[in-house]
Design a protein around this ligand. Structure first.
Ligand SMILES: Nc1nc2c(c(=O)[nH]1)N[C@H]1C(S)=C(S)[C@@H](COP(=O)(O)OP(=O)(O)OC[C@H]3O[C@@H](n4cnc5c(N)ncnc54)[C@H](O)[C@@H]3O)O[C@H]1N2
Ligand code: MOO
Length: 419
C-alpha cells in the first residue's frame, strides 16, 4: 500500500527546510528607484552626502542671531534692520551682520551669522525694520546640515523590503538606482485529471483550477515572480516532463494536487525523480496540509502542496514564505508578525476550538468588532471549501502541544492583508 514518508511535525519540517535554505542566497540586480517599491535590498545603502546640505529654516520669518532677540516682548519689541531676503533655491545675498534680520521662507538657506528664525507671527513690520515681539533661542526653527542624514551613514540595511519613505529618502540622497534581490521565479503546476482551466465549462466530475490563481497571487504578493505551467494530468511521465522543464526555468517549483497517497497521486514520485538530494519531507502533522512534500534538486526547490484549495494556501504560507524569504534575503519576521511572517492582531476567541494531539492546526478566523472588542470567529468548513478562506481575515495557529483553545481566550491572528 502506498504510504507517506514518516509524518513529522511542522517544527521538524521547518528545521529540515532551514538547513537547505542555508545554501540559498539572493541574486542581485539593479533597478530604477521607481521600480523598487516592495523589492528587497541586496546590499546596504550608505549615504554619499548630508541631508540637508546646509542650515535650513523650518518656518517663514526672519533669520536672526538668537542673542539679538533676547528680552523682546510685545510691549517692548526688539527692532532689527531688515537686510534683504533669502530667495528659495539660492544662496543668501550675503552674511547677516550682528543686530540685523533677513527675510526667509520655509526651507530657505540661512545666511552666515544667523542661528535662528523668528516666525512671521511674532514680528511686525516697521519701515526698513522688523519688530521682534518674542525672543528665539539659537537653533530654533533651524535644521542643521546632516540632521536628517549624515554622509557615510547606513540609511537602509540589506534585506530591507523597500517602502514609500525609503524611496523618498534614497531620492533625497541622489540615489536613483538600487541593488535588489532578483525576484525568485516560482513555477506553478496544477495537477489532477479532474481539473480544467477556469475558461472551460466543467464536465461531470470536473472542477475549475483555483490553486494556480491563489498561488500565483501569493507568490506575487510576497515579491516572487510567478509563472504558470497550466494544468497537467495526474500521470507520472507527463508530469515529470513538465516539472523538469519548470524547474530548469525557475528557482522553485510548486505542484499542487496529487501529493497524497492515492493511486493517481503522482506528485511524490515525480518530485523524488527530479534529482538529488530529493524529497526531504513527505507528510506533516498539520491540519490542513498533511500530504505536503518538500524536495530539493541541486540549487532548486520543489514543493508538492495538497490539492484542496485551503490546504494549498495554508501550506504555501508555512513553507513557501520561508523559501521566498531566504531567496530574497529577508531577515526573520519581526516579533509583531507570526512565524509565517503575517502581521498579527490580538482578538478574543468566540468559541472553543479543538486540535488533535501531536498536531498543529491552522484555523481560519473572521474578525468582528463587537462592543469595543475584537473577536476571532472560527470559520468552520472542510479544506476543500475555498469560500471559508474568502470569509476569513486571518489564521489562528494552534501549536503542537495544545489540544485546543477555549472560548474567551485572547489569541493572536495572523492577518491575510496588511492594509
Ligand atoms: N487515503 C487518504 N486520502 C487522503 C488523505 C490521506 O491521508 N489518506 N489525505 C487527504 C488530505 S488531508 C488532503 S489535503 C488531500 C490532498 O490530496 P492531494 O494533494 O493528492 O490532492 P488531490 O487528490 O489531487 O486533490 C484534492 C482535492 O483538491 C482538488 N483540487 C486539486 N487541485 C485543485 C486545483 N488546482 N483547483 C481546485 N481544486 C483542486 C481536487 O479536485 C480534490 O478534490 O488528500 C486527502 N485524501
Ligand atoms: O491535510 Mo488536508 O490538507 O486536511 O485537507
Amino acid at each position: 500500500m502506498a504510504e507517506f514518508g514518516k509524518v513529522i511535525t511542522v517544527p521538524e519540517a521547518l528545521a529540515r527546510l532551514e538547513q537547505h535554505l542555508q545554501d540559498f542566497r539572493p541574486r542581485p540586480e539593479r533597478v530604477p528607484l521607481l521600480a523598487a517599491r516592495g523589492r528587497v535590498l541586496a546590499e546596504k545603502v550608505v549615504s554619499p552626502t548630508a541631508v540637508p546640505g546646509f542650515y535650513r529654516s523650518t518656518v517663514d520669518g526672519y533669520a536672526v542671531r538668537g542673542a539679538d532677540t533676547f528680552g523682546a516682548t510685545e510691549d517692548l519689541p526688539v527692532f532689527l534692520p531688515l537686510l534683504g531676503e533669502v530667495l528659495m533655491g539660492q544662496a543668501p545675498p550675503g552674511p547677516l551682520p550682528p543686530g540685523s534680520a533677513m527675510a526667509i521662507s520655509t526651507g530657505g538657506m540661512l545666511p552666515e551669522g544667523a542661528d535662528a528664525i523668528v516666525m512671521l507671527e511674532y514680528t511686525e513690520m516697521a519701515p526698513g525694520m522688523v519688530a521682534v515681539l518674542k525672543p528665539v533661542a539659537p537653533g530654533e526653527n533651524v535644521v542643521r546640515p546632516g540632521e536628517d542624514v549624515t554622509p557615510g551613514q547606513e540609511v537602509l540595511p540589506a534585506g530591507r523590503r523597500l517602502r514609500a519613505q525609503d524611496l523618498g529618502l534614497l531620492a533625497g540622497l541622489g540615489i536613483t538606482e538600487v541593488t535588489v534581490a532578483v525576484k525568485p521565479r516560482v513555477a506553478l503546476i496544477s495537477t489532477g485529471d479532474e481539473i480544467v482551466a477556469p475558461e472551460q465549462e466543467p464536465g461531470p466530475g470536473q472542477v475549475r483550477d483555483m490553486n494556480s490563481y491563489t498561488l500565483y497571487a501569493l507568490v506575487d504578493e510576497l515579491g516572487g515572480e510567478p509563472r504558470l505551467y497550466g494544468v497537467i494530468r495526474d500521470q507520472k511521465e507527463q508530469l515529470l516532463a513538465v516539472a523538469r522543464q519548470a524547474l530548469e526555468e525557475n528557482d522553485v517549483l510548486i505542484v499542487s494536487g496529487g501529493s497524497s497517497v492515492g493511486t493517481r497521486d503522482a506528485t511524490g514520485e515525480v518530485l523524488a525523480s527530479l534529482g538529488e538530494p530529493g524529497v526531504f519531507v513527505h507528510g506533516i502533522s498539520v491540519r490542513p496540509g498533511k500530504p505536503t512534500i518538500l524536495a530539493r534538486c541541486g540549487q532548486k526547490l520543489a514543493v508538492g502542496l495538497p490539492g484542496h484549495p485551503v490546504s494549498a494556501m495554508v501550506t504555501f504560507d508555512l513553507f513557501l514564505r520561508p523559501i521566498l524569504r531566504a531567496l530574497l534575503g529577508l531577515p526573520a519576521p519581526a516579533p509583531y508578525r507570526d512565524r509565517e511572517g503575517r502581521l498579527t492582531v490580538t482578538a478574543r476567541l468566540e468559541r472553543n476550538v479543538l486540535s488533535g494531539p501531536a498536531r498543529e492546526d491552522h484555523v481560519r478566523c473572521a474578525l468582528e468588532w463587537r462592543e469595543g472588542e475584537l473577536w476571532a470567529v472560527p470559520i468552520l468548513g472542510k479544506s476543500s471549501l475555498l469560500s471559508t478562506m474568502v470569509k476569513a481575515d486571518g489564521i489562528l495557529r494552534i501549536p503542537l502541544e495544545q489540544d485546543g483553545i477555549s472560548a474567551g481566550e485572547l489569541v493572536s491572528i495572523g492577518l491575510f492583508e496588511e492594509g
